[in-house]
Design a protein around this ligand. Structure first.
Ligand SMILES: Cc1cc2nc3c(=O)[nH]c(=O)nc-3n(C[C@H](O)[C@H](O)[C@H](O)COP(=O)(O)OP(=O)(O)OC[C@H]3O[C@@H](n4cnc5c(N)ncnc54)[C@H](O)[C@@H]3O)c2cc1C
Length: 358
């Protein structure tokens, strides 16, 4: 059977675009498929942390990142009742996903990846993808479609108390926010993060217990409740909120016949440490050399091992942290301790933001 492509990548978010770049850099013919047209927004806090910046640097994209003129974020400010705690973090940047993801796909296209946007793709067999009324064939398929793009032959387990994600923008940051910082407001049933983006707006992203959203009458009310309980003023008018399905998911495996899963599609935990983009890029870096070789069944097991060491370990840190923060007195105690001794947070900050150091 004649194959037009060495690899077809489904989904042109950070995981898909970076995998396409990695495969293209190894001389592979890559078709990158995206259901939306760019620029497009995506539910996200828009914080590209230090670890993600290093991954982008390794992809040769430092200049493209600099051209975004995004604000530097070098502090985490934790609000949980009483005075906030300020913690230094390795410098990251705040972006809109519209600008950031467009930068990534443009780079992929300029380097020779074939990009088709506005086309929903569906895997229909080993190495076969239905798109735009025809079947495209490749040696391997990379599923990088994010949280919602489940593969029919791979069972995915959703954590029982999983929260949902939500996001919107404010034209200006609220007065309690700190310039050059990510402000996080923690409550028992969720948390809300604020960060400035390259266009001067403020990105607000939240992880919320579905029960809180139901009981308070919607996402906007749920967010106001978390702010007010933390002693902060409610928000003035925001644009409409966008939401995600349940956030914490694990597929039973991250490979199939001629198939690899990467990014959120390979498993995700709540975004408290703001690392999803770094995980997606680190996963793409680890997958590219495996997926670039001609398909052989052992490649699946090789990817499972590589995934555990590059991404799985870091997701465990994030999972433990978000569990701890569900207990109100743990949050209050953590904020109180960090207020007096912010250096205590440094090992955790390092684990979260420098985890992919090579
Ligand atoms: C509330 C919230 C806040 C967050 N905040 C941060 C943060 O501040 N910093 C951070 O690093 N991470 C954050 N994250 C996580 C981050 O957004 C994700 O981890 C990251 O976007 C994962 O990248 P991805 O490429 O795997 O998936 P995505 O970015 O979701 O990209 C998947 C792409 O695939 C496309 N697609 C899906 N199905 C198909 C199909 N069938 N055919 C074609 N295309 C398809 C989608 O349209 C999309 O463009 C946050 C997440 C949430 C929910």
């Amino acid at each position: 059977m004649r194959m037009t492509w060495d690899a077809i990548v489904i989904g042109a978010g950070p995981a898909g675009a970076a995998t396409a770049l990695g495969l293209n850099g190894r001389g592979r013919r890559v078709l990158l498929l995206e259901r939306h047209t760019f620029p497009r927004d995506k539910v996200c806090g828009g914080c590209v942390n230090a670890s993600a910046l290093r991954e982008l640097d390794a992809l040769g994209l430092a200049k493209n990142v600099a051209a975004l003129h995004a604000p530097v974020l070098s502090r985490l400010v934790l609000h949980g009742g009483g005075a906030p705690a300020h913690v230094s973090i390795p410098a990251g940047i705040g972006v809109t996903r519209a600008a950031f993801d467009q930068m990534l796909v443009e780079a992929a296209r300029e380097r020779g990846v074939t990009l088709r946007t506005g086309q929903r793709a569906q895997r229909v067999g080993p190495g076969a993808v239905a798109v735009d009324g025809r079947i495209e064939r490749a040696d391997v398929v990379v599923a990088a479609g994010g949280l919602a793009n489940a593969q029919p032959d791979i069972t995915t387990r959703t954590a029982p108390r999983s929260r949902i994600g939500a996001q919107t923008f404010l034209e200006h940051a609220p007065a309690f926010c700190t310039p050059d910082a990510i402000d996080m407001v923690c409550g028992r049933h969720g948390y809300v993060g604020f960060a400035q983006t390259e266009d001067g707006r403020c990105d607000i992203a939240a992880a919320l217990a579905p029960a809180l959203v139901r009981q308070s009458g919607g996402i906007a009310h749920a967010v106001q409740q978390i702010l007010v309980r933390a002693g902060l003023p409610p928000l003035t008018a925001t644009r409409a909120w966008s939401a995600t399905p349940a956030l914490t998911k694990t597929p039973c495996q991250r490979h199939g016949d001629r198939l690899f899963l990467v990014g959120d599609a390979a498993g995700y935990v709540e975004p408290f440490t703001g690392e999803g983009i770094a995980w997606a890029l680190a996963g793409a870096r680890a997958l590219a050399p495996i997926a670039a070789r001609a398909w052989r069944p052992e490649a699946g097991a090789a990817w499972e091992r590589a995934y555990k060491t590059t991404v799985g370990k870091r997701q465990r840190v994030c999972r433990a942290l978000t569990h701890g923060l569900r207990v109100p007195h743990v949050t209050a105690a953590a904020v109180a301790v960090l207020r007096r001794a912010p250096r205590i947070a440094q090992p955790l900050v390092r684990a979260a933001t420098l985890g992919s150091a090579r």
